[in-house]
Design a protein around this ligand. Structure first.
Ligand code: ATP
Ligand code: MG
Length: 314
């Protein structure tokens, strides 16, 4: 198997409030469990776009773990380096949405299998041929062990000529902004492309304007920054250019996972050697298709669906 893209980090199930505006501190109905975890959604989307992907991480030896692994396996993700740990339960995230579009999470992660990734799972021979390693700030935020694992994977892939893509995917629920900046630094300085949302670009730099923040992010080391702007699409920054790329008009049912699927579109587009405008347009299409279904991984589109949406625009 020729694995071109690998992600490392949390696999979990998401359990979400059935209706908008139901806070998590009162009784009410939930739906799920849905397969989730930002690195898992990313790897799943890459595989569905036709590029062989793999994921390194851990689940518990329980039915939630089984649900995630069956789903990844079915979509073509290599799960050789996912451990099923008998002494831990699979990670869980509870989420609720509010009518202003904001959301609130409760994570059961650091003490669950998601946070128990071991350095032994970072196999040099597995990672040496990889073209892109995708790291997420949410994985760095789980605990020190997860940071060490991610840094080690970055080192191996960089030393063997591969590239790093980084989605800050900041979760202030897990860590303070100061701490987040500190733990992201080693990855920021090693990566080819950073894929922040507007809030994340502001948080990482301390700059109140997301566009200026992205220009500042280029000084951290990456060649490219692509800003994700939800329904408005994305903006590509390189030291010499800024390209605004509008998204597609779709009905948003559940926005979670759009960013991770967008990342997958970017990495797949870069592997195809496309220019950055085409890469961003393709990634916008992948992100837009994701938001149409409830559940973070339920809407990950395949290549035919993306091509169909792109063709409709012409
Ligand atoms: P998350 O962290 O929840 O996965 P994010 O904040 O990282 O999301 P978004 O900006 O919400 O990322 O979404 C990523 C991309 O998906 C956007 O840049 C856009 O291209 C596309 N997208 C997201 N929401 C919509 C929408 N409602 N309509 C059209 N395109 C969308
Ligand atoms: Mg995100």
């Amino acid at each position: 198997m020729n694995i071109e893209v690998v992600s490392v980090g949390e696999l979990l199930v998401e359990v979400m409030r059935e209706k908008v505006g139901q806070p998590l501190d009162t009784p009410g109905t939930f739906v799920g469990p849905f397969a989730s975890g930002a690195p898992a959604i990313f790897a799943d989307a890459v595989a569905k776009l036709g590029v062989q992907s793999g994921i390194i991480g851990s689940v518990g030896k329980d039915d939630f773990g089984k649900l995630i692994l069956e789903r990844l396996n079915q979509d073509g993700v290599d799960i050789t380096y996912v451990s099923s740990l008998k002494d831990y339960t699979t990670g869980v995230a509870f989420v609720t949405y509010f009518s202003d579009g904001s959301r609130k999470f409760i994570y059961h992660l650091p003490q669950a299998a998601s946070g128990k990734i071991s350095l032994d799972q970072i196999d040099k021979s597995y990672l040496s041929g990889v073209k892109y390693l995708h790291i997420m700030g949410s994985s760095l935020s789980i605990n020190e062990q997860c940071q060490k694992v991610c840094y080690k994977a970055v080192e191996i892939v960089k030393n063997s000529g591969g590239k790093i893509s980084f989605d800050p995917n900041l979760r202030p629920e897990l860590l303070s902004v100061e701490k987040i900046r500190q733990i992201c630094q080693p990855v920021l300085s090693s990566c080819e492309v950073i894929l922040p949302s507007e809030d994340e670009a502001k948080m990482l730099t301390g700059n109140k304007d997301s566009l200026t923040a992205c220009k500042e992010l280029l000084n951290f080391g990456p060649k490219i920054v692509i800003l994700k702007c939800g329904a408005r699409g994305s903006v590509v920054f390189t030291p010499n250019e800024k390209i605004e790329v509008p998204s597609f008009k779709v009905k948003e049912v559940d926005p979670t996972g759009a960013g991770d699927c967008f990342d997958a579109g970017v990495v797949v587009g870069m592997l195809r050697g496309w220019n950055l405008k085409r890469v961003a347009k393709f990634a916008n299409a992948v992100g837009a298709l994701t938001v149409g279904k409830k559940g973070p991984m339920e809407g990950t589109p395949n290549l035919d669906q993306v091509n169909h949406l792109l063709a409709g625009e012409k």
